[in-house]
Write a protein that binds this ligand. Sequence first.
Ligand code: AMP
Length: 126
Amino acid sequence: MSYDYDDQNVFARILRGEIPNETVLETAHTLAFRDIRPQAPVHVLVIPKGRYVTYDHFAAAATAEEVIDFTRTVARICADLDLAPDVGGGGYRLIANSGADGLQEVPHMHVHILGGRPMGRMVQPA
Ligand code: AMP
């Protein structure tokens, strides 16, 4: 896999403590924080602490421990923020913008958890 990781990207700087963030949850391998430009009443970004560029990069190259930690962190946030349907939440949308066509702005793997209102169409018409 030939992804080049840019150590100066904004999420790398957040992980190094150079830029503040509004942390929702932190674990051994994962950090979740509020998006600075929220697109919904709940808008949380979940990032691995490892140097992964895209979702496919992370899914292919991360250790099993990192993948499980990341996935379970998403589940905990959905439960803790009352989004998960099984705790009476209204549900949520999970987005992983990746690469140019995905309009990925920050080249550090992340997912968006969006909720708190109906999320509308999945993809804008071209
Ligand atoms: P993406 O287009 O999927 O790469 O989205 C990157 C997201 O990062 C955008 O929703 C931005 O609002 C968000 N973002 C950029 N800088 C920060 C920051 N310093 N703290 C929190 N969120 C940020």
